[in-house]
Design a protein around this ligand. Structure first.
Ligand code: ADP
Ligand code: RBF
Ligand code: MG
Length: 381
């Protein structure tokens, strides 16, 4: 039996998922395709108006691009040129972090799922065909071309609920875009927003909850079966690797926070960082000539300090008596702790970072994680 949730979210019996930006990192290929097509028009795509495209139907998105770049062709013409370019790219669209985990979890607990996307039914089927087990996990798949009007109209979610045979108020929608959130709320459903464009959370006031990535889903808050893979406050991830010379950060780790972080350059890691949500991770750090240490780190914008770009900031859990800028540092990241948060005070931020440290320190003694201390990547000559 499901427990009532302290945050008084409604209890739901099914989940309706959006596709692009929620389960798939479609934005990644939209940029590639527009770069090519706009190049043919002598224009340079710089991704500045990604938020005007996300959540729109492909036709509306084409119209938005034509208007923004002052192209002379018609929407139909542009759309007919861009469609085959997209079709070649469907196989390159990666699942977003936590997408496979969510679909497998809901399917294993027989929670009915629907997939409702503004893309055409044909494009939806094509995109998900490259992701094992997705198609037969959805009891209902519905495209923008199967309802009178696409999101932000509620039609597509209402039709999905009808086909599931479930009351709209018992449906939980998970969406990344504002049109999607608007459609879900207009359909009187519970809506979780997972914004796909960074630093947009403040715009999603209509959603019942806004989270940073699917990894932060707490399904028990909606009366759905909780995930079972968290271990002592940590979520194991396949090990991933980052390394390079220790660089100058923002000059405030040790001075302002009393938490020195050996910043690494994000150069050459944009693809890898796109595969992992911003947040707090932990693992092992190899420092040339000094040994291997436990580490807890943040990857992200450091919202408290409003950084302009993402930073990789590992805190090695060891007392060094001098700094080691320029030395080769290698990280094996083995687990996730939490999304990064915007703390109201410096004290609360520092307290949280020390809590993260305790979680990481204890977890790294578990065989599940301690085994990675022997990873050859950490042994720097
Ligand atoms: P910056 O803003 O330049 O990163 P910090 O105040 O964060 O400066 O200090 C980071 C530097 O401190 C690292 O580059 C490293 O040389 C040194 N350092 C000393 N102890 C540690 C530690 N335990 N973890 C990480 N860096 C450390
Ligand atoms: N900064 C934030 O603004 N929000 C956070 O949630 C946050 N979490 C962190 C967790 C850890 C384990 C570490 C090492 C740093 C974290 N930071 C966070 C970044 C912190 O502000 C950063 O180390 C300083 O900005 C120094 O560059
Ligand atoms: Mg630092």
């Amino acid at each position: 039996m499901s427990i009532a949730n302290p945050l008084s979210n409604k209890l739901v019996t099914c989940v309706i998922l959006d596709l692009d930006g929620t389960l798939l990192n479609t934005d990644g290929i939209v940029g590639n395709v527009l770069k090519v097509l706009l190049g043919n028009y002598g224009k340079e795509w710089d991704g500045r108006e990604a938020n005007k495209i996300v959540g729109k139907t492909p036709f509306e998105a084409s119209a938005a691009v034509i208007e923004d770049y002052g192209l002379t062709c018609s929407t139909a013409e542009f759309f007919s040129q861009i469609s085959p370019l997209f079709a070649d790219q469907w196989c390159n669209i990666k699942a977003l972090p936590g997408a496979n985990r969510l679909i497998k979890h809901l399917k294993s607990h027989a929670v009915p799922m629907a997939l409702a996307s503004n893309s055409s039914r044909e494009n939806i089927e094509a995109k998900i065909s490259f992701h094992d087990g997705w198609k037969d996990s959805f009891a209902v798949i519905i495209g923008g071309d199967e309802v009178r009007t696409g999101k932000p109209s509620p039609d597509i979610f209402i039709e999905a609920a009808r086909r599931l045979g479930i009351e709209p108020s018992n449906c939980l929608v998970i969406e990344d875009s504002l049109p999607g959130v608007t459609a879900g709320k207009t359909a009187e459903m519970e809506v979780i927003a997972v914004p796909s464009i960074p630093k947009q959370s403040h715009l999603f006031t209509a959603a019942d909850v806004v989270i940073n990535s699917l990894l932060d889903l707490q399904l028990e808050n909606w009366g759905l079966p909780p995930f079972e893979d968290w271990v002592e406050g940590t979520l194991p991830t396949d090990p991933w690797y980052i390394g390079g010379p220790v660089i100058k950060g923002f000059g405030r780790g040790s001075k302002v926070l009393g938490v020195p972080t050996a910043n690494l350059s994000t150069e050459g890691y944009s693809e890898l960082l796109a595969d992992h949500p911003t947040g707090v991770y932990f693992g092992w750090a190899g420092l040339s000539g000094r040994g291997i240490f436990k580490m807890v780190m943040s990857i992200g914008w450091n919202p408290y300090f409003k950084n302009k770009e993402k930073a990789i900031e590992p805190w090695l859990l060891h007392d060094f008596d001098e700094d080691f800028y320029g030395e080769e540092l290698r990280l094996v990241i083995v687990g996730y702790i939490r999304a990064e948060a915007n703390f109201p005070t410096l004290e609360s931020l520092i307290a949280k970072i020390h809590e993260d440290r305790r979680v990481a320190e204890r977890a790294l003694d578990l065989p599940l994680y301690s085994s990675y201390k022997n990873d050859s990547y950490l042994r720097i000559s």
